[in-house]
Design a protein around this ligand. Sequence first.
Ligand SMILES: [Zn+2]
Length: 269
Amino acid sequence: MTNSPSSLAVLTVPAFKDNYLWLIHDGLHAAAVDPGDAQPILDALRANGLTLTAILLTHHHADHIGGVPQLLAEYNVPVFGPRNDGIAEVTHPLSEGDRVQVPGLALELAVLDVPGHTRGHIAYFRDEQGNPSGTHWLFCGDTLFGAGCGRLFEGTPEQMAASLAKLAALPDDTLVFCAHEYTLSNLRFAEAVEPGNQALQLRLAADSKARGTNLPTIPSNIAIEKATNPFLRTTEPGIVASLVAAGRLQPGATPVAVFAALREWKNVF
Ligand SMILES: [Zn+2]
């Protein structure tokens, strides 16, 4: 049987309790995004007749990089990753403004610095440049989640708010491939802080139904996130009012203070 490359697709590879690893492929070659565990990636490659040609990393946490050594033992491929996040296996360090020609695939990705969850966290964005007919894709690790955002392990609220604003400014149709299935838990928090949001109610119904049959809620897209994700809605009067009513914010606070108060509340919600 001979395989010939077709258009690009993204394969969802569940791992651990609630991680998603991603395989971007053309039916022949594949790039693994954040392979925290090697075995699910190796199984998916074999099941789909794919050869690994690259590894793309967003940040240094073990559930995003843990599978790299075993994958490298089987496939001698370049490892793209953040310049400033302390990952020993990275062979092609990246930061804002860099572009990746993904080996083996007709795919070019723009690199965005999105510090906050970790100091050097990056995201990969498939834009028009080098991808004339492709849809917009975002691989954002643990920065933006479905209806939520990553915890601030190494960065400040200012950094994370700026990183999320950068992602929110991407085109509405950008598919958001984040690294965890946290959407329902995030939506329950979002509902508590913005109970009058109709788009949020619709999303909660749709995503609850999806999870009820074990389907992923990811990818979402930037339009859905802007309409329902409280961490992208820090100027909404209803959200500010909820925080003030909960005694978590002073009236007249800045959007960064609103973001920080939301993040702190979610941490204990
Ligand atoms: Zn992480």
